[in-house]
Design a protein around this ligand. Structure first.
Ligand code: ATP
Length: 211
């Protein structure tokens, strides 16, 4: 079976930058699906601006009609901060034999050694690092560098041979869109159209979010 991608985020709101990365991973790496998981509360950041129910509804509206992308609300059903390792244990219980691929940006991967039980993550999933064209991976943490050197694979086909444990870098163009900018536009009474799918923009207006 093809590997399953996992993309976590606050999605406050989901935008075309997130969706494009998910679709690039799906197509470029020939994944079965990419599951998008809104977090309850990121361990590293301030509380989201709108409820989990709104963020999940916007995500569902964004990916309607794109069968390879799936909204997964499991972190919202768990109280407290959303640690990736806990989510992966949960997913592993549902998909014991699947190759699971956690998608992380290069910025996030550089800090990976500060994540809860980060070494355990490699026993639960592969890690796909999204690299911007022309950028290089620089390590600050010696343990992470060692893991990378042992686990790095060159061929995407290797991800399907095992269910977890590899690190694969793939290049995707990052659109210059952030949820922060979208929230600021809405708060200033301006339009955020074209930065996010129309159904999400309509949902924001309908529910008066981010004003
Ligand atoms: P905020 O502006 O509130 O910080 P954000 O737009 O960065 O939010 P998150 O929900 O924090 O969105 O991002 C979830 C995941 O998507 C993270 O792994 C992040 O690196 C990635 N991501 C965010 N924006 C983009 C983008 N424009 N292109 C590609 N990946 C992105």
């Amino acid at each position: 079976m093809k590997p399953t991608g996992i993309l976590g985020g606050t999605f406050d709101p989901v935008h075309c930058g997130h969706l494009r990365i998910a679709l690039d991973a799906l197509q470029m790496l020939d994944l079965q699906q990419v599951r998008l998981l809104p977090c309850q509360q990121s361990p590293l950041r301030e509380a989201p601006h709108v409820s989990g129910a709104h963020r999940l509804a916007m995500l569902e509206a964004a990916i309607a009609g794109e069968p390879g992308l799936v909204a997964d609300g499991r972190e919202l059903r768990r109280a407290g901060r959303s640690f990736t390792v806990d989510t992966l244990h949960d997913l592993r219980a549902d998909y014991p034999d699947a190759s699971l691929c956690l998608i992380v940006g290069m910025d996030a991967f550089i800090d990976f050694a500060s994540w809860k039980d980060w070494q355990q993550i490699f026993s639960l999933a592969h890690v796909l690092v999204v690299q911007r064209p022309g950028s290089e991976l620089q390590f600050q943490d010696a343990d992470l560098r060692r893991e990378y050197e042992q686990r790095h694979c060159q061929q995407v086909s290797e991800l399907g041979n095992e269910t977890a444990g590899k690190i694969y870098l793939f290049e995707a163009s990052r659109l210059e869109i952030s949820a922060t900018r979208i929230r600021a536009l809405v708060a200033a009474g301006k339009s955020a159209r074209y930065l996010l799918p129309d159904p999400v923009w309509e949902y924001i207006q309908q529910h008066g979010l981010y004003q």
